[in-house]
Design a protein around this ligand. Structure first.
Ligand code: RP5
Length: 205
């Protein structure tokens, strides 16, 4: 049996997320509860400095677009290690589903955050030095075995929020639908761009 869920199929009816559909077959009855649960979902965004805020704004906005609450905390692995520990150690208890940790320079913050929690930690390397963010990227991505940090692109704040939504969607059908709708909207935007290029090519040749 194939279950057609709105937003989970290609426009022409080819299911794109067949695995996801069958995964949710078991708890479709909980659908209303998923919406209720979503209203309480929140993700923490911890950043090393106030200077990281402009880079992290797209994460805050994107989480809000998906209906996920967020709390922003400025705490530094080097300058305020106790604050990092105090916040992160109680993050699961506070009801956060994931932590986005952003830092520039010798960016130890995401790794340190990951060491204090078993919540998924998403690292965002920030371009804040003359090394263009490569310093932060390498500091975050090369976690020793056993304590992973899901590392985004340099300044990849928006993807960090989408990835957090994907983590939440593994147990929440409403979020899975929102992500699927988002993908379809993106695909439609690409098609509109392709049509625009085709039109301008006709006027060139
Ligand atoms: C890191 O150092 C922060 O995450 C920031 O990206 C960078 C520079 O911090 P500020 O000197 O601007 O406070 O800890």
């Amino acid at each position: 049996m194939t279950l057609e869920l709105p937003g989970l199929a290609e426009p022409e009816g080819k299911p794109r997320y067949r695995g996801l559909e069958s995964r949710y077959l078991g708890f479709l009855s909980a659908f209303g509860k998923d919406e209720e649960a979503m209203a309480k979902m929140k993700v923490a965004i911890i950043m090393g400095s106030d200077s990281d805020l402009p880079v992290m704004e797209p994460a805050i906005k994107t989480l809000a677009e998906f209906g996920i609450g967020s709390e922003v905390v400025v705490a530094s692995a080097h300058r305020t290690p106790d604050k990092v520990h105090n916040f992160v150690a109680s993050a699961a208890e506070q009801g956060f589903s994931a932590i986005i940790a952003a830092a520039g320079a010798a960016a130890h913050l995401p790794g340190v955050v990951a060491s204090f929690t078993v919540l998924p930690v998403i690292g965002v390397p920030v371009n804040s030095t003359s090394l263009g963010g490569l310093d932060a990227l390498l500091s975050i991505v090369q976690m020793p075995s056993g304590v992973p940090v899901a590392t985004m692109a340099i300044n990849g704040a928006k993807n960090a929020a989408i990835f957090a939504a994907q983590i939440i969607a593994t147990g929440n059908l409403e979020m899975a639908k929102r992500l699927s709708d988002y993908r379809q909207k993106m695909a439609a935007e690409v098609e509109a761009k392709a049509a625009k290029v085709e039109k301008s090519l006709k006027s060139i040749v």
